[in-house]
Design a protein around this ligand. Structure first.
Ligand SMILES: [Zn+2]
Length: 493
């Protein structure tokens, strides 16, 4: 998952007024995964499982299953070793579930239900992780691939995104089998190895195989939501964020061509000047804000909790819309929730100081709100640029899935599981402003929900894809209980 807006979020928190802060925090939530450090709790089963599950979680982190954009750099021996570790650690799961491999390293597990006629449910997670940025290794309090427990945390790359979700699935499945549980409907688990580099060998291939077999799912659960406590509006009450949608990722390439030539004889037309005008227009003319689903649903649920005038405004957008939008103001992280954003990211022209270039190129990275298509974005950008001599091409990761219904089966089942384990939690719908593998699954699943059973303090969300990724050990252990509840809730139609 891409969390590149996190730092903005964190930086902006201090400036935000209460509502701004509240909404900002919500944005953080989508981006990230849940968390609280210490939770109430306590079940006997969790206590019993604690040491063993925690040590297996730690061991999982010791395999550097790192995805590099340049695939020649990927050490696939680590991926093999990780899968062997899974087979070794979860023998009942590999013995009793149907396990298939795709593209060598991605797994599809099917847990047969007692009623094969019932529609199945899909759970997804990825075990590849992003690299450690060169020069930052020394800043890790614990090494990223040592699987160390220290100061009440389990440290390591992938602890939040998303390797421990894989282990939580296996821990839950193994434990449920030990307790004699068997689902009524078939449950599928896709454990993929290349989400961080696009999912072409994992989710894409696996989805194609399922589609070919005529298998589809009324809902699925992927990464992107979580549980958070100590939010400004809920205080100590945990907030469980289920993301109903995510943004669409698309990059625009702009080109301007001109005659070029010797710099001693410049002509009126300049590729650089023309392209600079075009990108400046994009920069200075953001697309209009839209308060739409699932932000409307989120404001409604939160508004009921916040109460007072602010809460009323959040729930009555026919009047509160301008106030809410104003509260979001010009804070980048908040803009991301209500706007399709356009960021100028690359500009390239010229090879020598005395040569007028014949071509100038620029890239604009856009993140589109649900329901706003790449075609819509092209039309909007062309209109803003208003210069037919600028050629435009796009490279999209593909349209993200539609907003999943809040009144659908999946939301109800996930909510039920959360409330069972965390009865005090407030379940809130949200939007993930990053992008995940879920776009690949939409052809076999109309309703995609994003939720992880992890709890992490707000500040720790900045560690995702960054330095010092960690999760409180209490949350690591508790996650198995919540994952078990999620599976059981799905398994009994
Ligand atoms: Zn991820």
């Amino acid at each position: 998952m891409r969390f590149d807006l996190f730092f903005q979020y964190a930086c902006m928190c201090a400036r935000a007024a209460f509502l701004k802060l509240a909404l900002l925090q919500v944005a953080l939530l989508w981006l990230a995964l849940p968390s609280l450090a210490l939770v109430v709790a306590s079940s006997a089963s969790a206590n019993a499982a604690q040491p063993a599950s925690l040590s297996r979680m730690a061991e999982a982190l010791r395999y550097p299953t790192v995805s590099f954009q340049d695939k020649t750099k990927i050490d696939y021996a680590q991926f093999d070793a990780f899968v062997a570790f899974l087979e070794r650690s979860y023998p009942a799961t590999f013995a009793n579930l149907h396990v298939e491999r795709f593209s060598k390293y991605s797994l599809l597990l099917r847990w047969p239900g007692t009623n094969s006629a019932a529609t199945p449910v899909l759970f997804d997670a990825h075990y590849d992780v992003v690299p450690i940025e060169p020069g930052t290794l020394k800043d890790w309090p614990q090494p990223p691939f040592a699987g160390k427990v220290s100061d009440g945390y389990l440290w390591g790359r992938g602890v939040i995104d998303d390797k421990l979700a894989v282990i939580a699935y296996f821990e839950a499945i193994e434990g449920l089998q030990r307790n004699g549980y068997r689902p009524t409907r078939d449950l599928y688990f896709s454990i993929v190895h290349d989400e961080e580099i696009g999912g072409e060998a994992g989710a894409v291939v696996l989805t194609a195989a399922l589609a070919q077999r005529g298998i589809s799912f009324p809902y699925m659960v992927g990464e992107g939501g979580a549980m958070i406590e100590q939010t400004p509006w809920l205080g100590e009450r945990p907030m469980a964020m289920i993301a109903l949608a995510e943004k669409t990722y698309v990059t625009f390439s702009l080109h301007a061509d001109a005659e070029g030539g010797h710099s001693s004889m410049p002509s009126a037309d300049s590729a650089i000047a023309r392209l600079a005008t075009a990108v400046t227009r994009v920069h200075e003319n953001p697309l209009p804000p839209r308060l739409q689903s699932p932000i409307i649903e989120m404001l409604d649920v939160l508004g009921a909790e916040v109460g007072g005038v602010q809460g009323w405004m959040m729930r009555n957008l026919w009047l509160g819309r301008p106030f809410v939008l104003n509260a979001l103001g010009d804070i980048p992280a908040n803009n991301a929730m209500v706007r399709s954003t356009a960021a100028l990211t690359m500009f390239d022209a010229g090879v020598k100081e005395n040569v007028i270039p014949q071509r100038a190129s620029a890239k604009i990275n856009m993140r589109l709100l649900p329901g706003f298509s790449v075609e819509d974005a092209v039309a909007a950008i062309k209109k803003i640029i208003d210069d037919e001599r600028i050629s435009i091409s796009t490279d999209s990761w593909g349209q993200s899935p539609p907003v999943a219904p809040m009144d659908g089966e999946g939301y109800a089942r996930i909510s039920r599981a959360i409330q069972e384990v965390f009865p005090e939690a407030l379940v809130v719908p949200g939007l993930l402003v990053a992008s995940t593998d879920t776009r690949h699954y939409q052809r076999i699943c109309p309703s995609i929900y994003r939720f992880r059973p992890f709890q992490l303090p707000m500040g720790d969300t900045a560690r995702i894809h960054s330095t010092g990724e960690r999760l409180a050990t209490a949350s690591v252990v508790k996650s198995v209980e919540l994952m078990s509840a999620l599976i059981k809730s799905a398994g009994a139609p």
